[in-house]
Design a protein around this ligand. Structure first.
Ligand code: ADP
Length: 194
């Protein structure tokens, strides 16, 4: 089964993807993780994306589609793919559809994590403070300034995907404000319903 986890920054996509990897042998494809890896590699592409990410803006469609294409062409995920943080624009959504078609695969479900903005700001600022207090490295884009831009990017560029996938009949929404365990359970329920 191939699924997309959709929701604003801080909605809990990465956490839930982790459970699905553990419990269902799925493969998580997080463009955020791939881009963070690329930026530490010292390549030209890495340098280009670093500044864009730190400011909270979206990296170009061309770059992220290229990253996803590489993974899909290389891999055979037994339990299917979880797309986490991708697609984030309509162009990326179209490209994903075409890529899956080319590979003889399909998208089974888009799970939207519904949350509200106040909670997101608290979670992300909290995540940064906890990491700092524990002496861990804080993500360069986990600060209030960048978060505002990330939220705006979500509403302007990514939230139209909710309507797009609803129209395709793929959308399922779960309450992302529930506890981590309850969200995991809701996701399991919708996945087992098809
Ligand atoms: P978040 O917690 O903000 O959802 P991610 O790890 O998914 O974080 O993404 C971090 C940053 O990486 C984004 O703000 C953006 O700059 C870049 N990025 C990640 N995925 C994409 C994508 N699909 N398209 C464009 N930019 C992306």
């Amino acid at each position: 089964m191939n699924i997309i986890l959709l929701g604003p920054p801080g909605a809990g996509k990465g956490t839930q993807a982790g459970f699905l990897v553990e419990n269902r042998d799925m493969m998580q494809l997080s463009t955020g993780d791939m881009l963070r890896e690329a930026r530490t590699s010292g390549t030209e592409m890495g340098k280009k994306v670093a500044a864009v990410m730190d400011a909270g803006n979206l990296v170009t469609d061309e770059i992220v589609i290229g990253l996803i294409r590489e993974k899909l062409e290389a891999g055979d995920a037994k339990g299917g793919y979880i797309f986490d943080g991708f697609p984030r624009t309509l162009a990326q959504a179209d490209a994903l559809g075409e890529l899956l078609d080319e590979l003889g695969q399909s998208l089974d479900m888009v799970i939207e994590l519904e949350v509200n903005d106040d909670v997101l700001v608290d979670r992300i600022v909290g995540r940064a403070k906890e990491a700092a207090a524990a002496g861990q490295s804080v993500r360069a884009d986990d600060n209030e300034e960048s978060l505002k831009i990330r939220l705006m990017a979500y509403y302007k560029q990514t939230s139209p995907l909710i309507g797009y996938y609803y129209a395709k009949g793929h959308l399922k929404s779960v309450d992302g404000l529930a506890s981590i365990e309850d969200v995991a359970q809701s996701i399991a329920q919708v996945m087992d319903s098809i």
